[in-house]
Design a protein around this ligand. Structure first.
Ligand code: ARG
Length: 589
């Protein structure tokens, strides 16, 4: 279905051409003065220069040809040359009636099956998921859902950090704790045990202990580095420990992501890129791109247009170890081979900006990715505490994701139980749904690149620009609909949306009509916050309509049926949008 702005532009094109002006001037935007009009066209101002006429005269000519068009309730030329427009109630109602019957409410599937890789999550195996990974998971899940809804073939890859120093640290810490394990017995030649030498809770304790130790104990750190290198070179006993770490940790990670409603199509990681690395290095050398610099192997990435000097990308360290960037390049080769995507989207903290500039430039310079394939790094800011510093636990530690989620759910639970109308059991379940919405909406409603303050009280509030407010609106509509069904016994299949009879109703209809534009722009700009803004405004106009309209007491059955269709559409759009953001609404709250 065409977007409403396109429909209006189409309609005013003939008014321009019939008056002798180019149709390119018939561009329409939302009004920036909603008190004066709903839409506006500034084309007469632009045409004035080209045709050497007064803008108001051009606007006047165009408007005179619109007066008989049933699409408009108002078409007015105002000084210095704006064309102010209001849609007729009937046209708007027709537009919504069409939306209602179209699949996906008339959204066009612009993606046409094009493959897009979204790299998000980025958890590090054996390290607990912390709030730093939260944003990547939340934003990435939404971007993936949005793209999929628009008809792209979205491939979400968690890209685990499963090949770094943490592995060496764990191995050496394990040696110190349990030196008797066969993995540390050089003379051992049998089969390695199937049972992991630790439980998930032990593993969770081993890594932080090892990491702390490496900060004070130089010898330990050196051992860990050595062990990491040995693992990376394929030393069998350490590979065996690595597999245990992976198995134990992955089960836990999957559980955590699934609690967040975050899923991945691929559970690949840095380790999967390793097999490409020797060939990659050889290729970069053969192409004359990689060269030795202070013992390391590097590729220059600086370009003339750069405003500051960018350091070369290090491909191999002087001790022979591959790096984060090398893994990312290997991963790109893998993705090209397996998926040949037409677009890449990476979602990480903005501190990784330089890393991705380097990786993208090497990938293009070496011809692994076509020059015109977009590679986008969506950089997000930090989630801060109320003190403006990165969010921490009350005692200053790193907040674990599951604890954060539990804290939110508890707070919501208490709020629900305050005006207790449901059983404790239902309240628990509902709190989980609302808590997730509070958390995700609190994050997604900010422009990703900005830092934001994690303000629990605000996030869980049922009023204001919050997830719970949106859910509350949906639940309110559900309740009206079920009351209507109880009293009238049907949902009136023949009802149609009629032209608005009040201002609040028209505002609701105008807002609904923006839907497909908003979805497309949110994906195009990779900006889920635009969906949040849209549904916040939609909830607001819906609630104003609700407060000023007696839906259930309406005596005119046709009018009542129209209201019911309208709020059903509102509910459908809200539910679609929150699904794209990655959460859902409860039945009651
Ligand atoms: N594991 C990384 C981290 O915790 C994030 C991975 C992001 N994705 C990528 N392809 N580098 O910082």
């Amino acid at each position: 279905m065409k977007k409403i702005l396109e429909c209006i532009a189409e309609a005013i094109k003939p008014a321009f051409t019939d008056s002798g002006y180019d149709e390119a001037y018939a561009r329409v935007t939302l009004s920036n003065r909603p008190d004066l009009c709903e839409f506006q066209c500034n084309g007469a101002m632009a045409a004035a220069k080209a045709y050497k006429k007064k803008p108001i005269d051009i606007a006047g000519e165009v408007v005179s040809r619109l007066s008989s068009n049933p699409m408009f309730a108002q078409a007015e030329a105002v000084m210095p040359g704006f064309i102010n427009l209001r849609l007729s109630a009937g046209y708007l109602a027709d537009y919504l009636n069409e939306m209602e019957v179209e699949p996906k409410f008339g959204l066009e599937e612009k993606g046409r099956g094009e493959t897009v890789v979204v790299d998000y999550g980025g958890a590090n195996v054996a390290k607990p998921l912390h709030v730093g990974h939260l944003r990547s998971a939340i934003i990435g899940e939404s971007v993936k859902r949005l793209g999929r809804f628009l008809g792209y073939h979205m491939v979400g890859d968690v890209h685990l950090g499963d090949w770094g120093l943490q592995m060496g640290l764990i191995i050496e810490e394990l040696r110190d704790r349990k030196p008797e394990l066969v993995y540390f017995d050089q003379s051992f030649s049998g089969e390695y045990p199937k049972e992991p030498p630790f439980t998930i809770s032990e593993l969770e304790e081993i890594y932080p202990a090892a990491s702390a130790k490496s900060k004070t104990d130089e010898a330990f750190k050196a051992r860990a580095q050595e062990a990491t290198l040995k693992l990376q070179r394929g030393y069998q006993p350490f590979r065996a420990v690595w597999r245990h770490i992976m198995n134990v940790s992955l089960a836990d990670l999957k559980k955590n992501y699934s609690n967040l409603g975050v899923t991945f199509d691929l559970w690949k990681g840095e380790s999967d890129a390793q097999k490409y690395i020797p060939g990659l290095i050889e290729d970069l050398e053969n192409k004359g791109l990689a060269y030795e610099s202070q013992g390391a192997l590097v590729v220059d990435i600086a370009q003339e247009k750069d405003s500051k000097e960018l350091p070369p990308c290090i491909i191999r360290k002087s001790d022979g170890a591959a790096l984060y960037a090398t893994s990312d390049l290997g991963t790109i080769i893998d993705r090209e081979k397996e998926l040949s995507p037409s677009r890449y989207i990476y979602i990480t903290d903005k501190r990784q900006e330089l890393h991705f500039i380097q990786v993208f430039r090497v990938a293009k310079k070496a011809g692994y990715v076509k020059e015109d394939t977009p590679m986008v790094h969506v950089m997000f800011g930090t989630m801060n505490g109320k003190d403006g510093k990165p969010f921490k636990t009350r005692d200053g530690g790193v907040m674990r994701l599951e604890n954060l989620v539990a804290e939110i759910n508890d707070a919501v639970y208490e709020r629900i139980m305050e005006n207790r109308t449901v059983s404790a059991e239902e309240a628990k379940k509902t709190a989980g749904i609302i808590g997730l919405a509070a958390l995700k909406y609190g994050d997604l409603s900010n422009q990703a690149s900005k830092d934001y303050v994690f303000d629990m009280d605000r996030f869980i509030s049922f009023e204001g620009n919050t997830g719970p407010y949106i859910l509350y609106t949906i639940v309110r509509i559900k309740s009206i609909l079920s009351k209507y069904q109880e009293s009238s016994g049907n949902t009136d299949q023949d009802a149609r949306i009629l032209g608005a009879v009040s201002e609040t109703e028209k505002n609701l209809m105008l807002q609904l009509a923006k839907y497909n534009e908003v979805i497309e722009t949110s994906f195009g700009d990779i900006a889920p916050h635009k969906i949040c803004q849209f549904i916040y405004e939609l909830s607001d106009v819906f609630n104003k309509f609700y407060n000023s309209t007696m839906i259930l007491k309406e005596a005119d059955k046709e009018r009542q049926g129209s209201y019911i269709r309208l709020i059903t559409l509102t509910k459908g759009i809200l539910e679609t949008c929150i699904d794209l953001l990655g959460f859902e609404a409860p039945e009651r709250m």
